[in-house]
Each structure stands twice: as structure tokens, then as C-alpha cells.
Design a binder for this molecule. Structure first.
Ligand code: HEM
Length: 502
């Protein structure tokens, strides 16, 4: 009897594996059947095999070098994904026909990870639309003006920390960590209204939450890769956007600050926490939803602002200083621009409007974001059958990736694209200029980065103060390796330069 059962199980397994084998073989003909060029998949993992060994940045760069057509297909696991290289088609997906591409493909999270499921980056429409409208006031010019003051205070701390650690004590430089401390101190205030400073070596509750986000381990890389690229596996494995300790800590911090404010009767109206509490009062939640949903919605936005602002800005600062170190003439021109602005305004520290006027500084930051976009792809999922071109129909449920490298490193728009040349952007009008859809480091369309102006501001404020005090000299080889485990770009080992007192 036992033998019969074992035999039956074996037969069933062989049958299932055979069905799976033929299903996948059929699936892997998806792009071939539609006459669309594609990257040859490996059985079961599709084109993911390489992605788990190299960074997303390098993965997209390698594909860009290989596929010069307007679009091509890849397979994430067994899922066919359309990659778009053309700026015109990118504009259709991100802007003109946004109603068919409202959501991201990445895993929307689950009940055990409310902060992962309900934040603005992951949340799906219609909830996304409501949240986006409510959060927009967080980034008005008057609010940013106020935040610029704090960014300037923290930039001052950054300059002092460089002196203490790298000049006086000759410690090895880790730019990613250093700039993450700076952005962490700023976000502590933006989100929780807390004036803390890990840069000053003081205990910062925010640094406790964020320092593990800065270091990419194999496991975190795997978790994020599944969340972004194979949502089905993320769902089965119940993977989380935010770890349990980070979730608990954000919750505790949030409610501690609320309690403290009640006790001291101090209704600060500058930070996200204040806006969230107002939002909670007014939010129209789906019928039947409980108080916990409203609480989790607030906490999720706090968490994604922390993650969104620290990783991206610290990476941009690291790569910008690395390039400046290798381009001493650009560095001197930048120094001249900042020192002349200080002379003209008579200020030691440049304020919000002064920083916006620094065109060459802005050009250096934009050129860094062109060559090193922190997210090399913008993902959307098609919500109904859609005619992209005469030849290409996208089926409902198909993920579409906009290949940012293919656009930002296209020699038609940027001759010698491997060269770092801020001159390309000196005539750039505003932070919102997408250069005829050839500049997409913050994404585009209704789902573009909500923190774009905040991010640009905190990067400008830090560079303006650092360049006045130090010269940057190279330490790493020019072509820095990227962190292989990171979905968001980061230099392997954090990135090193030499700071020399002016
Ligand atoms: C240099 C700095 C930054 C860069 C390069 C950057 C880049 C991006 C990119 C590429 C996207 C995806 C856009 C799309 O799919 O079209 C995005 C979305 C987002 N970013 Fe940023 N970001 C930066 C700073 C920030 C900051 C400072 C915050 C928060 C304070 C933030 C919060 C977000 C959020 C919440 C989203 C999701 C928006 C939505 O889906 O509606 N980012 N960012």
C-alpha cells in the first residue's frame, strides 16, 4: 500500500514538472511570438540570474549596450516585461496614457507589513491618488524655504565632521555613510520635527532606524529584488519592505512624539507628522476600514519619506563628489560660483533662493543624476490591453520598464555620454525641466518623485558648504564598482575621496 502511494506521488510530481516545463517553454516564446526583440532567458529564472549577482544599475546598463531598438522584451522569472528605450514611447506610458499605467509592478505588500503596503511608492490607485494630493503641501516653496535653514545647519555639521574624522583623525572615508548621516539628521526634522544629530555624535533615533538601510547585504538585496522584480515570490515568502525592528521603531517614535506634543502643548506645524495628523482627521477611507488603517497610512508615509530621502540623496552626493574630485577645473569653477554668490549677497551661508540661483552647482548635480540615476528603471504595470505602437500591443497585467540609462546615455541627446560634463546643463531652466523627455532621474508624469525639490535642495546645500571649505581629490579608481546587492544605486564600499583643506 505504502509503495503504491509513493509511486502515485512520484508520478504526480513528474506530471506537474512536465506541465511546468512545457508551460515555461511556451512562456519563454512570448516575445518571439510577437516579433519583439528580446533577451534570451534561462529556464525558470528568465533574465534574473544576472540581476541577483550585479546591481540593477549595471543590469540595465548591460541591456542598454546590447539592445538599441526602441523597445525589447525581458523575462523576470517567467513574467514577460517590456523594456522601453525610446523617450517618445516613455512619454506615452508615463504621461499621455498614464490612466493605463497608474501603478507600479512591484509587490504591493501584505497585512503583516502595513508600512510596506500603504506607502506612496507602493500603494495602488485610487488610494494612491488621495494620498498624493494630501501629501503635496509638504513640499511647497515656503515649507522648503524653512527646511533649507535646517539643511544648512546640518551641512555645517557635515563640514565639521569631515574635519574631525578625515582630516584631524585620518579615518578612512565612507561617503555613502557620511552623507546618509547628513540626510538622516535632516529627515528626522522633516518627518518628526526632531532636532537630532548623528553627525555631532549625539544619539539619533532616526540613525538607529536608517543605518541598516544604508548597508546592502545579500539578504536585503534579495528581499528588495523579489519585491521589485518577482512580486509573486515576495508574496509567497511574505517579504517585507521594512524590517520588523524598523517598523516597530518608526511606530514608537511617531507615537512618542505625538504624546510629547500633547504634554508640552507644542503643535509644531512644519513637519510631516503634523500634516499626517491633520490628514487622518480628513481622510475619506473605504467603507468598513478601521482606525488601524488610518494609523498605518500615516506611519507608512513617514517610513517611505525616510527611505526615499536618505538613499537617493546620499548616493547622488557621493557620485557628485567623486566626479568633482576627478574634474579639478569644474571644481574650481564651482568654488568660484559659490564664493561670488557669498560676496554678492554678503551671506556666510546661502539661503533657499540663493541656492536655486547657483546654475553651475545645479548643472553639476543634474549631470551626476544623468550619468548615475539612482533608479535606472521606472516601472509601471498596464491595466488593460493597450496599443503602444502599430506593431506592439501590451496585454493587461504586463509590466513595462522605462530604461532610464537608454535615454540618459543616448549619444543623440548627450554626445560622449560616458563623459561627466556639467556644461550640458548650464542653460537648464528649472528643476522641473526634463529636457524634452531626455532627463528622467526623478521619473515623470503624475507618479514622479514627490521629494524632487527637497532632494535637489539638500544635495545643493551640502555641496555649497563643502566646496567652500575643502578641495576634493580622487582616491577610488575612476570607474567605481556599484554595490551588487542594491536596487537603488550605491558605490561599492561607500565611495572614497580625499578631503583637503582650502
Ligand atoms: C536625489 C534625490 C532623489 C531621487 C534621485 C529620487 C528618485 C525617485 C524616482 C526615480 C522615483 C520614481 C518616479 C517614477 O516612477 O516616475 C521616486 C519616487 C518617489 N520618491 Fe524620490 N527621489 C529623490 C528624493 C526623494 C525625497 C527627498 C523623498 C521624500 C522626502 C522622496 C520620496 C519619493 C516618493 C514618496 C516616491 C513615490 C511617488 C509616487 O509613487 O507617487 N524622494 N523618487
Amino acid at each position: 500500500m505504502f509503495e503504491v502511494i509513493v509511486q502515485a506521488i512520484l508520478v504526480l510530481m513528474v506530471l506537474l514538472l512536465t506541465i511546468l516545463y512545457f508551460y515555461l517553454r511556451r512562456q519563454y516564446d512570448y516575445w518571439k511570438d510577437r516579433g519583439i526583440p528580446y533577451e534570451k532567458p534561462t529556464f525558470l529564472v528568465g533574465n534574473l540570474g544576472r540581476l541577483l549577482r550585479i546591481s540593477m544599475f549595471d543590469f540595465m546598463l548591460n541591456l542598454t549596450k546590447k539592445h538599441k531598438t526602441d523597445y525589447f522584451g525581458i523575462f523576470l522569472g517567467w513574467k514577460p516585461v517590456l523594456v522601453i528605450n525610446s523617450r517618445k514611447l516613455a512619454k506615452k506610458v508615463l504621461v499621455k496614457d498614464f490612466e493605463h499605467f497608474q501603478n507600479r509592478y512591484s509587490f504591493p505588500g501584505h497585512a503583516d507589513d502595513p508600512l510596506g503596503a500603504l506607502n506612496l511608492f507602493t500603494v495602488k490607485n485610487p488610494m494612491w491618488g488621495t494620498m498624493r494630493n494630501e501629501l503635496a503641501p509638504m513640499f511647497t516653496s515656503s515649507r522648503l524655504k524653512k527646511l533649507a535653514e535646517l539643511m544648512n545647519i546640518n551641512s555645517g555639521e557635515l563640514v565639521r565632521r569631515i574635519q574631525a574624522d578625515y582630516i584631524d583623525n585620518n579615518k578612512p572615508v565612507d561617503m555613502k555613510e557620511l552623507f546618509s548621516m547628513y540626510t538622516s539628521d535632516t529627515v528626522a526634522y522633516t518627518v518628526f520635527g526632531l532636532r537630532v544629530s548623528v553627525l555631532k555624535d549625539l544619539t539619533s533615533p532616526l540613525w538607529f532606524i536608517t543605518q541598516h538601510m544604508v548597508r546592502w547585504t545579500f539578504w536585503r538585496g534579495f528581499e528588495f529584488s523579489m519585491i521589485f522584480f518577482v512580486p509573486a515570490v515576495a508574496a509567497i515568502m511574505k517579504l517585507k519592505f521594512f524590517s520588523e525592528p524598523a517598523t516597530n521603531y518608526v511606530k514608537k517614535l511617531f507615537w512618542d512624539v505625538v504624546e510629547e506634543r500633547k504634554k508640552t502643548n507644542n503643535p509644531s506645524n512644519q513637519d510631516l507628522l503634523h500634516l499626517m495628523l491633520q490628514l487622518k482627521e480628513n481622510l475619506k477611507l473605504p467603507v468598513g476600514s478601521d482606525k488601524e488603517l488610518a494609523d498605518n497610512l500615516m506611519l507608512a508615509q513617514a517610513a517611505v519619506f525616510i527611505l526615499g530621502s536618505i538613499e537617493t540623496s546620499s548616493t547622488t552626493l557621493s557620485y557628485c563628489l567623486h566626479e568633482l574630485a576627478y574634474h579639478p577645473q569644474v571644481q574650481e569653477k564651482l568654488y568660484k560660483e559659490v564664493s561670488e554668490a557669498m560676496e554678492q549677497t554678503g551671506k556666510d551661508i546661502l539661503e533657499f533662493n540663493d541656492l536655486l540661483e547657483l546654475r553651475y552647482l545645479t548643472a553639476c548635480v543634474k549631470e551626476t543624476l544623468r550619468k548615475f540615476p539612482t533608479l535606472a528603471f521606472l516601472d509601471r504595470v498596464c491595466n488593460r490591453t493597450y496599443q503602444l505602437t502599430d506593431d506592439v500591443t501590451i496585454e493587461k497585467g504586463t509590466p513595462v520598464y522605462i530604461n532610464v540609462h537608454a535615454i540618459q546615455r543616448n549619444e543623440k541627446y548627450y554626445p560622449e555620454p560616458e563623459e561627466w560634463k556639467p556644461e550640458r546643463f548650464v542653460d537648464s531652466s528649472t528643476d522641473n525641466d526634463n529636457h524634452d523627455f531626455t532627463f528622467l532621474p526623478f521619473g515623470e508624469g503624475p507618479r514622479f518623485c514627490i521629494g524632487k525639490r527637497y532632494g535637489m535642495l539638500q544635495v545643493r546645500a551640502a555641496i555649497a558648504q563643502m566646496v567652500m571649505k575643502y578641495r576634493f581629490e580622487p582616491k577610488d579608481p575612476y570607474n567605481v564598482e556599484t554595490d551588487p546587492y542594491s536596487v537603488i544605486l550605491g558605490p561599492k564600499g561607500g565611495g572614497k575621496i580625499k578631503f583637503v583643506l582650502r
